[in-house]
Write a protein that binds this ligand. Structure first.
Ligand SMILES: [Zn+2]
Length: 424
């Protein structure tokens, strides 16, 4: 959009004085920010920078291209091509403004061909005291996490300055920053924090300042980009880490690990726990510990509930305990424990336990067996002394269904005679 306000006109005027991204700056990005890769095949190595191929049957993970002299990281792969996208920030000061220029570096690599590289300035943030950051940017198309820029840079809506937030891979080493940022600990690295967050948050965030100055870039990054996730809870542990010169290299895993320690009731101020030599190993150890503890807690809870249910069940149905009917090989008996409900449910794969039939006041549940083998579960209504259902495996009737129903019906008076003793 066209600059309209006084300040926009001023910024737009100063913007005209900025030099375009220089050859040296682009070369730095190509040399130092892009990865330099060689693909190893069975016979040799392709340099993905210059396209050269040479014979090499070693297993080395690094090599120097004999043609372009580039040092390469070697990957053994069947791939023939890959692309890169990186971001470099150029920092400049004009007048009262701290300017952060974000340059997108892209490269396309294909075995046998020279690399195709480009560097484009995609946006600039202009920071001044007492004002929200201003933005000068190309036209942006966003699709989920991907964005692309086209057209010339223009003044854009100030309110959207925060949404230009690509994490920088590097800062161009010849930089200018306002004295305030040097005082706050800036030493030429934004530590993957986008310029918007860096220059708007660092002044008002003492923790970030401390982390930057005490050489904890990973924690600094987490503080500025993930602080909404409750990591401030661990400030005391961070102080222990700093005091013990323990550098956190993977903040996400470290915070995760502190969460686990906290669950296990460990001392989060003890260097023994806070500063593990092998974070991954300790992390995994406590993942397992917490899993075991959670299972134990769940088991205890289950047993406690079972006991409570058993007491209530006995109160309700004790009058029927001991009742069983038999005819030939067939026996039908009243269930006396909640455990038996669970067994019936498991044997016949029906819901007598999961639906908590032991809590139903007006139902009496009995197990039917033939030669001691469970065949069906019977539900009798204590209201009208009728069989509600009798089911075997997977809720279906067994071949003994009729015999069971006859046997229970024949003896229904026994149940009825006990009912007076129960409050239904
Ligand atoms: Zn080469």
């Amino acid at each position: 959009m066209k600059p309209r306000t006084k300040i926009q006109l001023k910024i737009w005027g100063l913007y005209q004085e900025l030099s375009p991204v220089s050859k040296e700056q682009k070369q730095f990005a190509y040399d130092k920010i892009l990865d330099h890769v060689g693909f190893r095949t069975k016979k040799g190595i392709h340099c993905l920078d210059c396209g050269d191929f040479w014979l090499d049957t070693s297993k080395l993970k690094k090599a120097t291209c004999p043609h372009c002299r580039q040092k390469l990281k070697i990957e053994t792969t069947r791939k023939k091509m890959f692309n890169q996208m990186k971001h470099m920030v150029i920092l400049d000061v004009i007048g009262d403004f701290q300017i952060a220029r974000t340059i997108r570096i892209e490269s396309k690599h294909k075995a046998g061909f020279n690399v195709d590289r480009s560097a484009h300035e995609i946006y600039q943030h202009w920071f001044s005291e007492n004002d929200k950051p201003h933005i000068i940017a190309g036209f942006r198309n966003s699709f989920f996490n991907n964005d692309s820029y086209s057209g010339d840079l223009e003044i854009r809506l100030q309110d959207n300055a925060h949404s230009y937030h690509n994490a920088p891979d590097a800062v161009y080493p010849k930089y200018k920053v306002k004295p305030i940022y040097k005082k706050l600990g800036f030493k030429g690295n934004l530590h993957w924090v986008n310029p918007y967050s860096f220059f708007t948050k660092i002044e008002n965030n003492n923790r970030a300042e401390t982390l930057l100055k005490s050489n904890q870039p990973e924690l600094f990054w987490a503080e500025l980009t993930r602080s909404g996730r409750g990591i401030h809870r661990y400030w005391n542990s961070i102080k222990i880490a700093i005091r013990n010169k323990y550098k956190v290299k993977d903040s996400i895993m470290w915070y995760d690990y502190l969460d686990l320690l906290s669950k296990m009731g460990k001392d989060l101020r003890s260097p023994k726990y806070v500063c593990p030599k092998n974070l991954k190993k300790e992390h995994d150890y406590y993942v397992n510990k917490v899993k075991i503890q959670e299972k134990k807690t769940a088991d205890e809870l289950r047993i406690k509930r079972m006991r409570e249910n058993q007491i209530k069940y006995e109160e309700m149905k004790k009058a029927f305990f001991g009742i069983s009917f038999a005819s030939g090989d067939l026996t039908v008996k009243v269930l006396e424990t909640v455990q038996e409900f669970q067994e019936q449910g498991e044997i016949h794969r029906h819901c007598v336990f999961t639906n908590e039939y032991f809590k139903k006041k007006e139902s009496l549940i009995m197990a039917a067996m033939v030669n001691g083998q469970p065949v069906e579960t019977v539900e009798v209504s204590l209201k009208n002394f009728e069989i509600v259902q009798s089911r075997g495996l997977s809720n279906k009737a067994s071949e003994y269904n009729k015999d069971i129903i006859n046997l229970v019906n024949k003896n229904m008076k026994v149940l009825k005679s006990r009912v007076d003793q129960v409050a239904v």
